[in-house]
Design a protein around this ligand. Structure first.
Ligand SMILES: [Zn+2]
Length: 383
């Protein structure tokens, strides 16, 4: 299969990409098999290192099919799922069950993290481990710290889990960085101090768009962990766009019944996996950040951190592309079971026209298609 147009390789160039499930060849001229509108731009599809796809017993909140359809609507080709589902994913049996569910229903490529565990799961095809704040007190952390696989740290110390969200000060986030060592990635940093400290300690980092953009935690819709910081912190975090290694969505859907509970009782989480790429490409289209920086944040850097052959349009990499157009629209989710986010109606200038996953059209012009993604961490799987 061939596609032709303005393609981001080292910058935008006119040309063609030939692929099946992997990219085979880049050349100047070809007869394309798929036609896109003339003003389209072709980039590597997004790699989102931090999502909660739900499914299993939490399918009432979101299913793997609805979450991954939402991901491809947002130009994301790979999602890596967190283990705090029901049941929790942290032993060989639950890992196999989860991978089987994703093999059947994921409409983009995927990976999973295991929870912190004493069980030997290191030889299974997982992306690594998720370390939650409460895990920092557990003995089992020792086992996970010894693994060579990637560990994702939610950087808040256990103290910050106790009541009183207002008391969740920045030092509680910063403190956890001193408790870990080795191959750690610090996820959803909410303030520039945590980001800089993590980088100084040699860790990689990501941030979410909601920690930059959502105007305070006002209601259940904007309730999230870690909490949205105040305006001063959020303003300082804007510099993080130029310093952080990657962006992630922390897509965390809940049912509308749950989000309608009183504020003290409703579960935290913002479901906006499809917002990240359109927002960052909008900034680039307005001339506020270079296109190359958006590709780094959304695709090439997360691929490097995860150690997968994705995120750059080059021979041998997985054939995952996002086709974007410059178009005015206001954000809303399209396929997720979660119908509302605090980013609803956010004005955007970039719209995903199509997302290609492993050489197949997963989303185009309003429709998602039931393509099958695969586990990008399964070295023995289909290639
Ligand atoms: Zn999360």
């Amino acid at each position: 299969m061939w596609i032709k147009g303005k393609i981001f390789v080292d910058g935008i160039t006119e040309g063609c990409v030939g692929f099946d499930r992997r990219i085979k060849e880049l050349k100047k001229e070809c007869k394309p098999d798929l036609k896109f509108p003339d003003d389209s731009l072709i980039f590597p599809a997004g790699v989102d290192m931090h999502v909660h796809l739900r499914g299993l017993r939490l399918a009432y909140k979101e299913t793997v099919a609805s979450a991954t359809s939402e991901a491809v609507f947002g130009g994301v080709g790979v999602v890596v799922d967190m283990p705090n589902t029901s049941p929790v994913i942290k032993d060989p049996a639950t890992i196999k069950t989860r991978l089987a569910e994703l093999a059947n229903y994921a409409r983009c490529d995927y990976g999973i993290y295991s929870g912190v565990t004493k069980e030997d799961v290191d030889s299974l095809p997982i992306a690594g481990y998720k370390v939650f704040p409460e895990d920092l007190e557990k003995e089992e952390l020792e086992t996970v710290m010894k693994s060579n696989k990637l560990k994702i740290l939610h950087p808040e110390i256990p103290l910050s889990l106790r009541p009183g969200r207002g008391n969740r000060r920045l030092w509680q986030e910063i403190a956890s960085i001193y408790l870990v060592s080795g191959k750690f990635h610090i996820t959803h940093v909410t303030n520039i101090e945590t980001l800089r400290l993590a980088k100084n300690q040699g860790f990689t980092t990501d941030l979410t768009m909601h920690h930059l953009l959502v105007d305070g935690e006002k209601d259940c819709l904007s309730k999230v962990n870690p909490p949205i910081r105040d305006l001063t912190e959020r303003r300082k975090l804007i510099a993080g766009i130029f310093e952080v290694d990657a962006v992630a969505s922390d897509h965390a859907p809940h049912s509308s019944d749950e989000k309608e509970l009183p504020y003290e009782l409703c579960p935290p989480g913002i479901p906006a996996v499809s917002f990240t790429l359109p927002f960052l490409y909008s900034l680039a289209f307005r001339g506020l950040i270079p296109l190359s920086r958006v590709v780094e944040l959304t695709a090439s850097n997360p691929s490097k951190i995860l150690g997968i052959n994705a995120g750059i349009i080059k021979e041998g990499n997985v054939a995952n592309f996002v086709v974007l157009r410059r178009e005015r629209w206001r954000y809303s989710t399209r396929f997720s079971k979660a119908l509302h986010t605090p980013l609803d109606k956010y004005p955007l200038d970039a719209m995903v026209y199509a997302t290609i996953v492993e050489g197949k059209v997963a989303y185009m012009d309003g429709d998602a298609y039931p393509v099958r993604g695969s586990n990008v961490f399964d070295k023995t799987g289909r290639t």
